[in-house]
Design a protein around this ligand. Structure first.
Ligand SMILES: [Zn+2]
Length: 269
């Protein structure tokens, strides 16, 4: 599993000493926090040994998307159909993006991790999600020039105080902060929450809601982009963002989410 500490260790040479000091400081601070408030499982609140993690029971309940999966939609295949094969769902309704990857299936085990970050301000949940997404999206992240979070409308950002997708995207870029670009894609229209809407209603809800302003197009043109979000349900939001980035001249767009709702699509090729 890729951790922020492990990513730091990639640096070497002259940068090593200050990084070690910083890491030592983090460890001391974490030990102090653990003494004051012992770490709990992010889902069931059982006491565990490491903060920002899960107990073994909650960990084992997660459905990791690790085996062969459709490169376009990220949905797992029940068997390996061979390289380059895409799912029937992707053939029937091709997404505008190039590739999609998700770390886990969105179910009752994954939902509390997302909600802990989104609605309970448990930012350590973002660290866990980032670690799993770093592994699931290693290939598309390695090929990307820019990592862009799905933006919130300024009004919702003001209410929530943070954008969960931006928190995750920033952590994904811990080793190359220049790739993190949270401001180039903007949500111009306040959309109603997507929860409870079907695919067509979701598509209409976010159509034209995202834009890359003229002055930011030079930062997008010709670049390979990974778009980051916490959950992908029908892909309507990812599609709307992708179309805005394509309009700005992006060379390619891949999608990386923590969790993927599998139910709208069938697990076959
Ligand atoms: Zn637990």
């Amino acid at each position: 599993m890729v951790t922020e500490t492990a990513l730091d260790e990639v640096d070497s040479g002259e940068k090593r000493a200050p990084l070690d000091l910083r890491r030592a400081g983090r460890v001391v601070y974490q030990r102090f926090c653990d003494f004051i408030a012992p770490p709990h499982c992010l889902v069931c609140r059982m006491m565990i040994g490491e903060s920002g993690s899960l107990c073994s029971s909650c960990w084992n309940a997660l459905r990791f998307i690790e085996g062969p999966c459709c490169p376009r939609l990220g949905i797992p295949f029940p068997y390996d159909p061979g390289p380059g094969q895409v799912s029937a769902a992707a053939l029937a309704d091709p997404p505008p993006w190039h590739q999609a990857r998700s770390a886990v299936a969105y179910d009752d085990a994954a939902k509390p991790i997302v909600h802990a970050l989104k609605y309970r301000d448990r930012h350590e949940s973002a660290s866990l999600m980032t670690r799993l997404m770093s592994r699931a999206g290693a290939q598309i992240l390695a090929e990307a020039d820019l990592v862009i979070p799905v933006p919130l409308h300024p009004l919702r950002l003001w209410r929530r105080r943070f954008n969960q997708a931006a928190l995750i995207a920033q952590r994904l870029c811990v080793n190359r902060p220049e790739a993190f670009q949270p401001l180039v894609l903007r949500r111009m229209r306040s959309t109603r929450p997507q929860v409870g809407l079907d695919h067509e209603a979701r598509r209409k809800n976010v159509r034209g809601a995202f834009v890359v302003e003229e002055r930011n197009r030079i930062r997008i043109a010709g670049r390979r982009i990974v778009l980051v979000d916490d959950v992908m349900t029908t892909g309507a939001t990812a599609s709307a963002c992708t179309l805005a980035l394509q309009k700005a001249g992006a060379a390619s767009i891949d999608i990386l989410t923590f969790a993927l709702v599998l139910e709208p699509r069938r697990l076959h090729i």
